[in-house]
Design a protein around this ligand. Sequence first.
Ligand code: GKR
Ligand code: MG
Length: 427
Amino acid sequence: LQIADIRITPIAISDPPLLNSVGLHAPYALRLITEIVSDDGIVGISEIPGGVKNETGLRQAAAFFDGHDPFDFNRLTAILDGAFTAADDKRGTNPWDQRLKKHVMSALEVACYDLIGKATGKRVAELLGGVVRERVPYAGYLFFKYAGAGGALGFGMDADATGWPAARQREAVTPEGIVAQAEALIDAYGFPSLKLKGGALDPEIEVGAMEALHKRFGPKMPLRFDPNAVWTMETALAAGKRMKGFLEYYEDPVRGQAAMAEVGKALGIPMATNMCTTSFDDLPESIRLHSEDVILSDHHFWGGFRPCLALAALCRVFGRGLSMHSNSHLGVSLMAMTHLAAATPNLTYDLDTHYPWQSEEIAAGGAIRFDEGHVRLPDAPGLGVELDPVQLASLHRQYLMAGLQERDDETEMRKLHPEFRAALVRY
Ligand code: GKR
Ligand code: MG
């Protein structure tokens, strides 16, 4: 089995105006679809966050893999280690990770696994060590947001939508709005736990929303809260005291490992991160300080499945919990997350997913189904998902039309509020 061709397609997917600590989601989120074609015509696929930087890096790296053996992951890593510098591997201060090399590794590694699975008749989770769960649980991801559908409608509403497709367009900037959003999301997907993205509005509103969720859904509903590290120590401690009785975990209330350790020690509740411990280099200090109890892995940000399995092993050794992070994504990423979770014995928390916020799909057969908040591992080999070429072409045209280069939530917010500035500490 040899790699004969690598096709890369940038796409833009409609994304509603969600709020976060650094601004506002643009009407479109960018993704990159990679197809690795073998010499006998089998195609392995993957999906990563888009943008010109990732696309250029991925195209440059892809050029090295003509004739490469897709089973040779050590060589894949060595080639990418040689192709990128340390400067290409800076996470940045945004809620999401911006390391080029990790994204490129993920795109190629995941597509190779899909290819190998299809060539050998094995599901990816079987290749990753074996299936420990056939159904993978996800958490409902709640956002403060402005009214609107995103995409061509922008802040406009699709008047024909009903159920969750209508609810996801409604404004939610109050505790009542968040409870209504959660009710509609659970009605449609049956999620067994909820996460609220914070750091966007006054902490009084955000903590009020968490208290309202607890009141509405009761003690059996695990609740997580994540202000993406823009709170001061004082705000984090005061808010943490109010939420202590019902938080499943407290995700990145403050910035940096030392501050996270301080909050965890003062409150005595599980702390979680996808911002302060985000690479193997961060682990020694994380263990020394005990900066968090739960690490959110993400195969797009850690460089693929194999690094995430290595992270899982380290979490087991050092007694840390393991959860999974998400950004706006489609079904190929969702299935990759599902296979990884299905093969990770100690991934004991429901995974984050933005999936319900998206209204388009490139997977043949349309939107992936959730059953009581779970995604079932497909029986088909590889990731168990194929591309719909018509949808892929349509979302590529949408990319060309959208004219976006990179994700930039701050700029998007300034179009509405020119005085807005993303800051390391906001409240
Ligand atoms: O999509 O606005 C967003 C989120 O804030 C996302 O970018 C974060 O990376 O969901 C993420 C998180 O858990 O920090
Ligand atoms: Mg987070």
